[in-house]
Design a protein around this ligand. Structure first.
Ligand SMILES: Cc1cc2nc3c(=O)[nH]c(=O)nc-3n(C[C@H](O)[C@H](O)[C@H](O)COP(=O)(O)OP(=O)(O)OC[C@H]3O[C@@H](n4cnc5c(N)ncnc54)[C@H](O)[C@@H]3O)c2cc1C
Length: 460
């Protein structure tokens, strides 16, 4: 490795080819191509290596979602002729199982990175110059610096906002709260709301906009909203949250809806208002990085427009989807731009995503309204599959899809599912969209029967 350490004095500057700030999906995605090309790489991490997704995000959350699925199955067991007593979820045991599943992530990640020759630096980095950052009493200079510092919950300017908890606490508290109010009706509110409601908590979701999950297809969201209400979740949209009062255990959220002042009560109130780029403590000005309200100005290659030696990837880029595979993808693009010269740019056209409610809402490509706004002449194929054998066999409570096809090219522009294993089927549509496979080709293919996937030929 070409690491050149000037370790003659305590505050000596260490030199690397690449300094990666943040050891999550994006940082690792950037570090690996650089190491493969034999560049020297230092990675700074202030918390757990592996980052949010495996330690505090996707993976531990999915453990809770899986329990939600088990409860959903039990709820409908009688339809299959199975008699089951009312289930009792031991919340503490579930949290222990979740923690146990992920406990080795930071150490295993560190071992993998060290084996590949990445130098791990513990601490919080901030810039001291366009090509240098300080971490405690160490200063590291690098030809290229990658900002992969992820995101954090959006602070809300509401009196009493400090009484709110975040997903970190929801994934750690061993006591199931009797009631929970989510301020903000995004992905985190819906996913955790479904888990809590199925576990027996009273759940309220307050959303400022007229629609929950505003970036998703309106009809798909309506289906999910109906299913959420069916399992007992109370939803208020178009509200203005004015204050959070009281103490943990007996909190009150004061909000306004249609000119009336209302109160939602909960043992816990959760910040469900989305996440913002985590870049405000990096001292960006010292590195001549142009930024505005947490958004770093980037060129199409994920490079700072004002400092060509600095790249940004993952959740730290606020304008692209905050998803784990996107963080890895952007990190890899940054790594390859460092190695190959600046020529790779990300393409987000057919990125599938799911809201892991039970059942899930899955989506890829354009919503119906976005397709119309872009001027496409579209065929919209909306199907309620509840009466189909496949849905009835599994006693689904919702099985719905909308596929949007461009009439000019016969290509799929968007696909949206609620239920029916949509979180798996959506990847077939992403593949079709990515490879330019037409609706006719999808219809003409033979699929294993009986599977949910075999239904897709009848959905377009
Ligand atoms: C509850 C929850 C559930 C989620 N579920 C899903 C899901 O189901 N599917 C999905 O695709 N995505 C999901 N996400 C989003 C996903 O976790 C993120 O998109 C992804 O982890 C972003 O990766 P990243 O590398 O950009 O950031 P991170 O993984 O957050 O990594 C950034 C790292 O940088 C470190 N860091 C920050 N500042 C500094 C500094 N100054 N110095 C040193 N280190 C620093 C942090 O400690 C952190 O480890 C979820 C997120 C949350 C919160």
């Amino acid at each position: 490795m070409a690491t050149e350490k000037l370790a003659t004095e305590k505050l000596a500057t260490e030199k690397f080819d690449v300094l990666v700030i943040g050891g999550g999906n994006a940082g690792i995605g950037a570090a690996l191509p650089a190491r493969k090309a034999n560049l020297s790489v230092a990675m700074v991490e202030s918390r757990d290596l592996g980052g949010t997704c495996p330690n505090r995000g996707c993976t531990p959350k999915k453990v809770l979602v899986a329990a939600g699925h088990a409860l959903h199955e039990i709820e409908r067991a009688h339809i299959h002729g199975i008699a089951v007593d009312k289930p009792r979820l031991d919340w503490a045991a579930l949290i222990d199982r979740e923690k146990d599943l992920i406990k080795d992530v930071p150490n295993n990640t560190e071992r993998g990175l060290v084996r590949r020759g990445v130098e791990i630096v513990r601490g919080e980095a901030s810039f001291v110059a366009p090509n240098a950052a300080r971490i405690g009493d160490r200063t590291i200079e690098a030809k290229t610096i990658v900002i992969a510092t992820g995101s954090k919950p959006r602070p809300l300017p509401i009196p009493g906002a400090d009484k709110m908890i975040t997903s970190d606490e929801m994934l750690s508290e061993r006591e199931l709260p009797a009631s929970v109010v989510f301020v903000g009706g995004g992905v985190i509110a819906l996913e955790f709301g479904h888990i809590y409601a199925r576990a027996g908590a009273r759940v309220t979701i307050l959303e400022v906009l007229p629609q929950l999950l505003p970036s998703l297809d309106a009809d798909a969201v309506k289906q999910l909203e109906a299913e959420s209400e069916r399992i007992g979740i109370t939803i208020h949209t178009g509200v203005k949250v004015k204050a959070i009062q009281g103490e943990a255990g007996t909190l009150r959220v004061i909000f306004e809806q249609d000119g009336r002042e209302l109160t939602a009560t909960g043992a816990r109130v959760v910040n469900g208002a989305g996440r913002i780029a985590n870049v405000d403590t990096l001292n960006l000005d010292a590195a001549n990085i142009v930024h505005d309200r947490g958004r770093i100005a980037l060129d199409p290659f994920l490079r700072s427009t004002s400092n060509p030696n600095v790249y940004v990837c993952g959740d730290a880029v606020p304008s692209t989807p905050q998803l784990s595979p996107i963080a890895t993808y952007e990190g890899d693009i940054v790594g390859r731009n460092i190695v190959d010269g600046v020529k790779h740019r990300p393409d987000y056209a057919s990125v599938p995503t799911s809201v892991y409610t039970v059942p899930a809402l899955a989506s890829v490509g354009l919503t119906e309204s976005a397709a119309r706004d872009k001027g496409f002449k579209i065929g919209v194929h909306t199907t309620d599959m509840l009466s189909w054998f496949s849905a009835r066999t599994y006693a689904e409570t919702v099985a719905w899809s909308k596929i949007i096809v461009d009439e000019a090219t016969d290509k799929v522009l968007g696909a949206h599912f609620v239920g029916h294993s949509g979180e798996e089927l959506i990847n077939l549509f992403a593949l079709a969209m990515g490879l330019g496979i037409t609706a006719t080709q999808i219809r003409d293919k033979v699929y294993a029967y009986p599977t949910f996937a075999s239904d897709i030929k009848n959905l377009i």
